[in-house]
Ligand binder design. Sequence first.
Ligand code: COA
Ligand code: AMP
Length: 642
Amino acid sequence: MTSRYHEVYAAGKADPETFWAEAARDIDWIKPWDKVFDAEAGVYGRWFAGAECNTCFNALDRHVACGRADQLALIYDSAMRGTVRKFTYAEMKREVVALASVLKNQGVQKGDRVIIYMPMVPEAVFSMLACARLGAIHSVVFGGFAARELATRIDDATPKLIISASCGLEPGRTVAYKPLLDGAIGMAHHKVGRCLILQRDQQRCDLVEGRDLDFADQVARERAAGANVDCVPVKATDPLYVLYTSGTTGQPKGVVRDNGGHMVALKWSMENEFGIKPGEVFWAASDVGWVVGHSYIVYAPLLHGCTTVLFEGKPVGTPDAGTFWRVIAEHGVVALFTAPTAFRAIKGQDPLGSFVPKYDLKKFRTLFLAGERADPPTLEWAERMLGVPVIDHWWQTETGHPITQNPVGLGRLPVKHGSPGVPMPGFDVQVLDDAGHPVVRGTLGNVVLKLPLPPGCLPTLWNADQRFRDAYLAEFPGYYKTADAGLVDGDGYLFIMARTDDIINVAGHRLSTGGMEEVLAEHQNVAECAVIGIADAMKGQVPCGFVVLNAGVNRDAVEVEREIVALVRDRIGAVAALKTVVVIKRLPKTRSGKILRATMQKIADREPWTMPATIDDPAILDEIAAALAGRGIGGEGAVVSR
Ligand code: COA
Ligand code: AMP
């Protein structure tokens, strides 16, 4: 099939308003827009200004009304528990309506925030949709974050109510959520008056008298009473959700997603970018706490009338490296979306792919990878083992859907290993030097997106227009800064090489080294510190901390390391995955006092590096190399050119 990509992309560029107005015909609107794009509204303009709609209606009600009532909407497959639960569109609507009624009884109204801190259970999806039904704004917090991270989000989002569960299930351990929730509520300045707690049999919890309600009891009562809650009309430009993502400090950024543009962009992407037809089974193996989960576990598949798979488990160890193939075969999955790290984990345990032939993968057509760089060896391995196209694509929490892709729905372009594809309609991707000038094609630079961003992207940060301008729009006027560095080749394919800020990508999870440094600095014995991301065969990168102890402190380095690792786990959460902290005498700095993190990272990763001309004392880098070598990192193999 010849690809329609070039023609469609050109149409989107020539007349964005006509292009997106056409795409918007696939959504049911309560009131049409006054303007497809209002350049005067918001920070850089707003899409579908004046329109009214409801996202839950488009995800559930209209499918129930139009012949999909008995089609499966959601398959919950828990490899942790060995159970499967299935919900048709009609059943899911019943659950969501009952839950919306519970929320309404608790006073949740349009515009109120609701935090959802839950494991991968269907009730997490119902909670998101129940909020959408009421026009309330959900903010899902990933279960791997600790109490303090949750408290920060409570204070920023100021929720009326929190929905949580008694526990999450990780291999070999049950994670009690309730102490984390109670701890966070205790720490937060904003006082939350009501929590709805899902009791899971694996570990139940005590409910706080007068504050906590039992999720299942409340929903059952509303269901039995036949409660009905209609979808509340909201403006297309009203927020559907706020999702916090790592910034350059410990204060996360609340990415705002609107209702109208989000629906239009996601629905369009399912057919044209992912090549999925309504009625097919789509699986995003991520977590509802991340943007991939929001967009491609919950909203896009449901808006498109697909069956979505909600998987509670890991690619390996639950119980083995064949789990992904079992889920695909058992549920008739046509496309899987996950992070490359999942495939590195599978490849590590089953390099010959011996589990693959045990399952019937006939329906499986495409593997989509994103969230971090897809290294060509892993990508090629996946292609060989599965015999399907493997499509790398690049986007961010902020954009909500792919910026670049190889659009299989429009007709696949040749795959270039190492590249996440070409720009999708609405995204004008450019590469600029540090002074803001376009670079020569093929040259590395700052990857930026020309404003305005297309529908579905963040219009701003929650309650922080100025932070949005400062963080994303100020450095390159007229452009959105992605904070990724990369290049565009002669065929228009993008290659992403690195972040330009202190964000690292650990097992597909976006983390701030700056945020971790704030925690290291809290330790009573630490005078100075630095955290860098170093290469890891499975997770892509892992954090590595360096600490200089206060003068006069003469403690055992192993003990200090253990305390700091525990501190980061306690403050940020297990997901931070900080396991290595090296005690050193001094940090390498420039003469103006800037810590040379990039050079330290090159030494750790055995990459060639040159001695920075501005370094204060070159001998310190030798000390760092020796300290790392002592931990089996970098060291001898490092290539140094001075
Ligand atoms: N609740 C509580 N703890 C959690 C958690 C959750 N929802 N998710 C992860 N954690 C914990 C893990 O148990 C682990 O704890 P440990 O240090 O005690 O072992 C820690 O956080 C780090 O988790 P992770 O980095 O995910 O490592 P892992 O070894 O548990 O799993 C992979 C590694 C590659 C198998 C896993 O990250 C994975 O499946 N990734 C691919 C899919 C994905 O998540 N993509 C994200 C965006 S698309
Ligand atoms: P997140 O907001 O968690 O989705 O993380 C977004 C960041 O992950 C991007 O800015 C990139 O740094 C990185 N990323 C996501 N997808 C890719 C990809 N396909 N290739 C390279 N990096 C990626």
